[in-house]
Design a protein. Structure first.
Length: 443
């Protein structure tokens, strides 16, 4: 880790907490890199606190690992689901905390310790995690196949709506009938000076987190998927994780509060069901050997490569002969009714989009939960109380995720204003950059 205290002491401090609001989530990464370049963030050992309905922890499948050392090329390669892990491989993030709502459960709850590195055979970034999230994308390799290894601690923590939490202490919560209004005077009590050192903030918050069992759940380390062993996680445990890092970035996707699966509106129920059959990932059993896991991943990679090739071929021409050729492959028979249905509904189906939709139909569906106003408010309160017990981040990044229809467009502005009010209430002076507006304005 190096001289952590010295590293922290050498970091510069922003006069006001910067808040970068972008549209697509991968667009936050340049602002994090800029903060590293300006010495506001350290180059390594950063904790990344990520509120989102999606983990965003996949990896660009064919991107050479060394791309991470050419940031302009890197930024052009990333998309919404795969922008965090390259920063782990580059050595910047050592801890990622994925805080997710109750309806998003793509990765097993709890602590995950694994390696991120360069696959010696393909020169791409791969991981040693055996979670289904990584296996289903063909991202697992054995440790001896990875070079330039970076250890990652991933903590997956469920955030319950405020209303459902019954462990709040009197001083830190009131009944749901008297929902707390976010008052600006809180900023005076919790933000203190803008330039509190990171370690001072951690020590100070350790004293106040005793009542902080704030709507969090994290299962204990289970050896079997079937074991139900969820326990409440206190904000004190999150503080302990943050103490291991030299700084932390707070990242919020507004679809954390309300989320759509946009592909459900693009396809009929029957078409979506066929996609689920075509792209289904057969979960492996428990207690598999490394060899079994490698075989599982190889099978999955071949399945996805065949599907990608099939839909690429259909882009060039979807005549009956082409469809029949691909449908004759084992497991691809349902391609025929899928193409027939698509061609009935549209003159020229977008087969590339069909493939992208299929990739989301592996072992679980994308989360889909359009929240009521009250549900949004309860989650806002949960986030407020959680952050109230944590130190001040170095910077905040926010993704709207509305143009691609993950956060409902009719709700995104309201949610954004509520989140910004939370930040103003907690941290006082904030420097808000509405990057997405500049991108939308005519040049």
């Amino acid at each position: 880790m190096g001289d952590s205290v010295g590293d922290r002491a050498r970091l510069r401090c922003y006069p006001k907490l910067p808040v970068w609001v972008v549209e697509d989530h991968q667009e936050v990464l340049p602002y994090i890199y800029r903060a590293i370049g300006s010495k506001h963030l350290p180059a390594s050992n950063i904790s990344f606190v990520h509120f989102d309905s999606h983990p965003d922890l996949l990896i660009p499948v064919n991107m050479p690992a060394d791309t991470v050392f050419d940031k302009e090329t890197l930024f052009g390669e990333l998309s919404i689901e795969n922008w965090i892990m390259p920063a782990v491989y580059a050595g910047h993030f050592s801890h990622v905390l994925w805080l997710h709502p109750t309806w998003a459960q793509q990765i097993r709850e709890g602590k995950h310790h694994f390696l991120v590195g360069r696959d010696t055979s393909t020169t791409t970034i791969r991981v040693t995690s055996t979670d289904h999230y990584f296996l289903s994308d063909g991202l697992y390799v054995t440790e001896d196949q990875l070079e330039n290894q970076k250890p990652l601690q991933l903590d997956v923590i469920m955030v319950k709506p405020y209303k459902l939490c019954n462990n709040q202490e009197e001083n830190d919560a009131v009944s749901s009938a008297k929902k707390p209004k976010l008052a600006l005077e809180d900023a005076e009590n919790t933000a203190s000076t803008n330039c509190d050192s990171y370690s001072e903030g951690l020590e100070k918050d350790t004293l106040t987190q005793r009542r902080g069992q704030t709507c969090l759940e994290q299962s204990c380390s289970c050896s079997s998927e079937s074991q139900e062993c969820q326990t409440t996680v206190s904000t004190g445990e999150i503080l302990e994780i943050l103490k291991k890092g030299d700084a932390f970035v707070l990242d919020i996707d507004l679809d954390f509060f309300s989320v759509k699966n946009p592909f459900k509106e693009m396809f009929t129920q029957e078409e979506y069901k066929i996609l689920q059959e075509l792209y289904q990932f057969k979960k492996p059993g428990t207690n598999l050997t490394e060899e079994d896991l490698v075989d599982c991943v190889d099978t999955r990679i071949h399945q996805l490569e065949d599907l990608e090739a099939a839909f690429a071929d259909l882009c060039d021409g979807d005549d009956e002969e082409t469809v029949q050729k691909w449908a004759s492959n084992p497991g691809m028979e349902s391609l025929i009714p899928l193409v027939q249905s698509l061609k009935k509904r549209m003159e020229v189906p977008d087969y590339e989009m069909v493939h992208q939709a299929g990739l989301t139909c592996d072992y679980s569906e994308l989360p889909h939960h359009i929240s009521t106003e009250q549900e949004i408010e309860y989650l806002i309160q949960s986030v407020y109380y959680l952050l109230k017990n944590l130190p001040k981040p170095t910077l905040v990044t926010i993704a709207r995720s509305s143009l691609d229809d993950y956060c409902p467009s009719e709700q995104v502005d309201t949610i954004q204003e509520k989140v910004l009010n939370v930040l103003r209430s907690l941290y006082g002076a904030v420097d808000i950059h509405l990057v997405y507006l500049a991108e939308c304005s005519p040049s």
